[in-house]
Design a binder for this molecule. Structure first.
Ligand SMILES: CC(C)(COP(=O)(O)OP(=O)(O)OC[C@H]1O[C@@H](n2cnc3c(N)ncnc32)[C@H](O)[C@@H]1OP(=O)(O)O)[C@@H](O)C(=O)NCCC(=O)NCCS
Length: 176
């Protein structure tokens, strides 16, 4: 799959403001998800991002504000260090506003997260995505992740019933 054709930026990425997530960000992040994902079946994906992530994983999650869009949301990354496997970190959600895609913003968010997690002692980063989210799969491959699965779902290697009956997932991992 080819990368999305980038929209010319109206301002440089350096004009964007990176900061830690707060609980007040929860509403606008979940409000952005249906439009930003824009894939059939993702209308209720926001349910996988409850407020608790903004309460308990705020220090490892990043919000990017766009000062040129009334302080609107430009991108976000919700991630954390594993409690059970301290050598592992996990990226739960990443999203970039559609008109800002293809300019390296998600790469910046991931590389910042890799640096932070490496500094705290992690040695790998995990993530999952749906078999139908080819954009996410291509992005994770470009970011150096390896995909695993036990079966083919719609032509994609995925773990069958990974998150429950019918909830197949592609699992990604990458050393840091
Ligand atoms: C996936 C997503 C976060 C990528 O954001 P982005 O800012 O456009 O990504 P970047 O510009 O930083 O791209 C980083 C790398 O991934 C590659 N990539 C990104 N999107 C791609 C696509 N659709 N197809 C192929 N490659 C892609 C880029 O070519 C780039 O590779 P390079 O650095 O080696 O040149 C964005 O498309 C998005 O928000 N999608 C909807 C939400 C989603 O699916 N999130 C992931 C699951 S949680």
């Amino acid at each position: 799959m080819d990368a999305d054709t980038p929209t010319p930026l109206t301002a440089p990425l350096s004009a964007l403001a990176f900061r830690r997530a707060t609980v007040d960000d929860h509403a606008r992040v979940v409000a952005a998800i249906p439009d930003w994902w824009g894939l059939p079946g993702t209308e209720s994906l926001w349910r996988l991002l409850p407020r608790l992530f903004f309460q308990h994983f705020a220090d490892t999650s990043t919000i990017v504000d766009d000062p040129h869009a009334d302080g609107g949301l430009a991108a976000f990354l919700i991630g954390f260090r594993s409690q059970s496997s301290p050598d592992a970190a996990y990226i739960h959600f990443v999203g970039v506003r559609p008109d800002l895609r293809g300019h390296g913003l998600a790469r910046i968010l991931y590389e910042r997260f890799f640096d932070e997690m490496r500094a705290s002692g992690c040695r790998r980063v995990d993530a999952i995505t749906g078999p139908g989210n080819h954009r996410s799969q291509e992005f994770h491959r470009a970011m150096g992740f390896t995909a695993t699965g036990d079966t083919e779902v719609d032509g994609v290697l995925a773990w069958r019933d990974y998150d429950g009956p019918g909830e197949h997932r592609v699992a990604f991992t990458r050393p840091i």
